[in-house]
Design a protein around this ligand. Structure first.
Ligand code: PNS
Length: 236
């Protein structure tokens, strides 16, 4: 039986399983000529506020990355992820082979400040295989962002390799707001290092940290430079 193009309403796992079983689909409501919304009985009984807003009943998700530095696209994804997962662990890779611009401690501090108003977001660090870390914190879902088609190949490869390493770990992709679709940590570093403006690409605290990192004189902030008058040499 051919299943028409459809959109799902309801977040109960039973409802999602029903999609794959034509027998389990009881009724269809046609809301547009091309879109049909299926509701199973299981989907209708889901009534918790989280489920209604779209929260997955899957607990914790892991958002791993380098975050060197965190940019607005990362933050956008963290905000989106925190709305659909009960808890989101944002984990920074500790990679001794790379020489990052910001230390792991600096990146952790920035991310903690940026997510201070998101009570279900936790910042952590990890090293070694991501799947091993995911297992160690009992997470079965990994969140990654896809900005453009160019990200797809890398993300696809990584997701499938991670699945090979740990078949129970699912990767969920989300898209950041399109205004951040060209923003990456590498480009932010490049622009900042060349003295270009990164306003609007990174949160203000990251902008400030970049300035401090690249020009330590910025650490003085608004401090005034006071000229100390030179002493006149006494005549001999
Ligand atoms: O922000 P990034 O640099 O795109 O994040 C990449 C990251 C950290 C998620 C990825 O490199 C990773 O998971 N590294 C840990 C080592 C690992 O598990 N490698 C196998 C993944 S295919």
């Amino acid at each position: 039986m051919a299943i028409p193009q459809c959109r799902y309403v309801g977040h109960d796992p039973t409802a999602i399983r029903a999609r794959h079983s034509p027998i389990a689909i009881p009724a269809a409501t046609r809301i547009k000529s091309s879109i049909t919304v299926y509701r199973t009985a299981a989907a209708r009984v889901v009534s918790s506020p989280g489920a209604r807003r779209g929260r997955l009943n899957k607990g914790t998700a892991l958002y791993p990355g380098s975050f060197d530095p965190p940019h607005n696209g990362h933050l956008d994804l963290i905000q989106r992820g925190s709305k659909i997962f009960e808890e989101l662990v944002v984990a920074i890779l500790r990679n001794s082979e790379k020489s990052p611009m910001f230390s792991v401690a600096e990146r952790s501090d920035m991310l903690r400040t940026l997510t201070a108003d998101m009570p279900n977001v936790r910042i952590d660090t990890f090293e070694g295989l991501m799947v091993e870390y995911a297992k160690s914190i009992d997470v079965t879902c990994v969140l990654r962002g896809i900005r453009a088609l160019s990200d797809y190949e890398y993300e696809f490869q990584m997701a499938l390799m991670n699945r090979k390493l740990e078949p129970t770990l699912e990767t969920v992709f989300m898209m950041p707001a399109d205004k951040y679709s060209y923003v990456s940590s590498r480009l932010v570093r490049e622009v900042a290092q060349a003295g270009g403006p990164v306003k609007g690409l990174v949160p203000e605290i990251v902008e400030q940290k970049l300035r401090e990192k690249l020009d330590p004189a910025y650490k003085l902030g608004d401090a005034q430079i006071i000229e100390v008058p030179r002493r006149r040499k006494k005549k001999a």
